[in-house]
Design a protein. Structure first.
Length: 520
C-alpha cells in the first residue's frame, strides 16, 4: 500500500497569493455580444457578476463547433474581464458534452437512472476534453492565480492541471445536485471521477444535503475519508467540502422588475390578459423541470376551481428549447407539445387559451416584469440544484401586493425559501391544491411570506455567494504539491487517452501554442 502522506507536500500560504487574479472556468463561456446584452442562463449571469466585481480571466468552450480538430484559443477583453475560449470538434461535442456530461452525469445527478446512457467511449471523451482544456488553460496561468472551476462538465480539470505542475489554489463548484452513493455509483468511471475531486482545495455544493451525499460517496467508495464533518481527505490531500447556495443580484433584479412596466413584451402581455390573473413558469426545456406534471396540476386546478376557470386564470409557461440534439430532450419536447394541446383543447374557449406555452427565451427585463405581474410563480422541478427562477420570482414582487411562490421540495431553493408553498411535484392533486391556496391567499399572508423569503435573498445575494466561496478558497489552510510521478503510479495511463477500455482513436489535438487575440 502506498503511503499517501508522501504524495503531497504541504505548502505554506503566501498571503500575497490571495491577491492574485481570479480565473473562472466553465464549459460554456458567453462571449460579450456587440450589443452589450447580458449573458443568458443562471450560471453565466452568476459568474459574470462575480468576475465584473473582481476582474479576471474566464476560460472555456466558445459554444461553437469547429470542423477542424485544430482550433486556436481565442482571447478577447471586455472591461475587467478577459475571455479565453476555444471551439470543440463535432466529435467532442457529441461524446463529451452531449454523450457524457448530458446523457450520463446529468440524468444520474438528477436521479434519473432510467435515462442514463452509459458508454465507455463517451467517458473517455470526457477525460480527453478535460485534459485538452487543462492544457489550454495551463498556458495562460500565472503563479498567483486563484482558479475556480464550475460544474459537472469539468470535474477532472484540476487533476490534469496538477499533473501539468499547477500548484495554484483550485476550487470547484457544482451547480447541479449530487446524489447519494446508491445513485451516484451508477456513473461510468465513478471511482476515477471521485478521485479527481482530490485535486481541488475547496469543493462547493448547492445544499448541505448535496455536500453530505458527496462525503457519503467518498466514504462508501473508499475513495478517501471524511474528517470532522467539513473536510475530506482524498489520496492524502485535504480539502474543504461545503455548501455555498448560489443566488441572484437581489437588489438589481428587484429594480429591474420595478422598471419593467415600460417593457414592450410586458405591456403586450398585460393588454392581452384583459384583467385576468396570471400564473407563470419559466424553465429550460428539460425533463428535470417537472413540466408535464406542472401542466397537469394547473389543469386539475382549473377543473377543481370553477370560479378560477370562470375568471379565466391563465398560465404562461416560457420554455426555451435546450439540448435538442439529445433524444431524451426531443422526447420531452413532443410530450409537452401534446400535453399543452390537450389541456387547451379540453379547457379552452373561443376567447381563452388557459395555457400559453412558448419555446422562446426572453430578456431579463421582460422576465422581471412578467414575474411581477404574476399572481403565482410555479417552480416545480422534479430535481434541481438550486433554481434561480424561484429567487428571481420573489425578488421581482411588489411589496404591497406580492404574488405567491409555489416551490418543489426537490429544488435546492426550498432549503432557503421556506415561506414558499412547498409541494411534492409528483403529487398532481397536492400541487393543484397549492395553486388553489395561493390563488385565494389573503394579502396579509402573502406579504408575510414574501417578506420572509425576501429577507433570505437580501442576506445571501450573488455577491455573498462568490465572496463566501472565494474566501474559503483563499483561507484554505492546506495546499499540496501534486506529485505527478506518484499519481502515474496510482492511475497508470491517467494522463493519456488509454485509461478506459477503449474506445476508438482520439482526434488529433489542437496546437498548444496557437493563441489568437480576436479583439485586442
Ligand atoms: O444548470 C446546469 C447548466 O449546465 C448551467 O450551467 C447552464 O446555465 C444550463 O445548465 C444550460 O446548459 P447548456 O450549457 O447545456 O445549454
Amino acid at each position: 500500500m502506498i503511503n499517501l502522506e508522501v504524495l503531497y507536500k504541504p505548502v505554506p500560504i503566501n498571503r500575497s497569493e490571495l491577491d492574485g487574479r481570479l480565473v473562472v472556468v466553465s464549459n460554456r463561456v458567453p462571449l460579450p455580444s456587440s450589443s452589450g446584452a447580458p449573458a443568458a442562463g443562471g450560471l453565466a449571469i452568476a459568474l459574470e457578476s462575480a468576475l465584473k466585481v473582481r476582474g479576471g480571466l474566464w476560460f472555456g468552450w466558445s459554444g461553437k463547433t469547429s470542423e477542424e480538430c485544430d482550433t486556436a484559443l481565442q482571447c478577447r477583453s471586455n472591461g475587467a474581464i478577459t475571455y479565453a475560449v476555444c471551439d470543440l470538434s463535432r466529435l467532442d461535442i457529441e461524446q463529451y458534452y452531449s454523450g457524457f456530461a448530458n446523457r450520463a452525469l446529468w440524468p444520474i445527478c438528477h436521479y434519473r437512472l432510467d435515462l442514463a446512457n452509459l458508454s465507455d467511449c463517451n467517458a473517455a471523451a470526457y477525460f480527453r476534453v478535460n485534459e485538452h482544456f487543462a492544457r489550454q488553460l495551463h498556458k495562460l496561468l500565472r503563479p498567483d492565480d486563484m482558479i475556480w472551476v464550475h460544474d459537472y462538465h469539468l470535474i477532472p480539470m484540476a487533476r490534469f492541471l496538477r499533473q501539468m505542475g499547477c500548484t495554484n489554489r483550485i476550487g470547484f463548484f457544482l451547480h447541479i445536485p449530487w446524489p447519494g452513493p446508491d445513485v451516484a455509483s451508477a456513473m461510468p468511471a465513478y471511482q476515477r471521477i471521485l478521485r479527481c475531486f482530490g485535486a481541488y482545495d475547496v469543493i462547493g455544493f448547492q445544499t448541505e444535503a448535496d455536500a453530505d451525499n458527496f462525503r457519503d460517496c467518498i466514504a462508501a467508495a473508499n475513495a478517501g475519508r471524511v474528517i470532522d464533518g467539513d473536510e475530506c481527505e482524498i489520496d492524502g490531500r485535504r480539502m474543504l467540502v461545503g455548501s455555498f447556495p448560489i443566488s441572484i443580484d437581489t437588489a438589481v433584479f428587484a429594480q429591474e422588475a420595478r422598471a419593467a412596466e415600460k417593457n414592450s413584451a410586458v405591456k403586450r402581455m398585460l393588454a392581452s390578459l384583459n384583467g385576468h390573473d396570471l400564473v407563470i413558469g419559466v424553465d429550460r426545456l428539460d425533463y428535470s423541470k417537472g413540466l408535464k406534471q406542472r401542466m397537469e396540476a394547473f389543469s386539475t386546478f382549473l377543473e377543481r376551481s370553477p370560479e378560477a376557470a370562470r375568471a379565466r386564470v391563465t398560465m404562461l409557461q416560457i420554455t426555451p428549447k435546450s439540448r435538442s440534439e439529445i433524444p431524451e430532450y426531443a422526447h420531452i419536447q413532443s410530450e409537452l407539445e401534446r400535453e399543452a394541446g390537450r389541456i387547451n383543447g379540453k379547457l379552452g374557449d373561443v376567447d381563452w387559451t388557459p395555457l400559453r406555452y412558448i419555446n422562446k427565451s426572453m430578456s431579463h427585463s421582460s422576465l422581471a416584469g412578467l414575474y411581477r405581474m404574476s399572481r403565482i410563480g410555479l417552480v416545480t422541478p422534479l430535481r434541481d440544484g438550486m433554481n434561480l427562477v424561484a429567487k428571481e420570482y420573489v425578488a421581482a414582487q411588489a411589496p404591497d401586493n406580492p404574488g405567491v411562490l409555489i416551490l418543489s421540495q426537490f429544488a435546492g431553493a426550498a432549503q432557503e425559501l421556506k415561506s414558499a408553498l412547498i409541494v411534492n411535484p409528483y403529487d398532481i392533486e397536492a400541487t393543484a391544491a397549492a395553486i388553489a391556496r395561493a390563488y385565494t391567499m389573503p394579502l396579509e399572508e402573502r406579504k408575510d411570506r414574501w417578506q420572509a423569503n425576501m429577507s433570505v435573498l437580501r442576506a445571501n445575494s450573488i455577491h455573498d455567494w462568490a465572496s463566501h466561496f472565494l474566501q474559503a478558497l483563499a483561507n484554505d489552510a492546506e495546499a499540496g504539491v501534486f506529485d505527478r510521478a506518484l499519481d502515474e503510479t496510482r492511475f497508470p495511463g491517467f494522463a493519456g487517452l488509454d485509461r478506459l477500455r477503449v474506445v476508438g482513436a482520439a482526434p488529433p489535438r489542437l496546437r498548444l501554442d496557437s493563441v489568437t487575440a480576436v479583439v485586442p
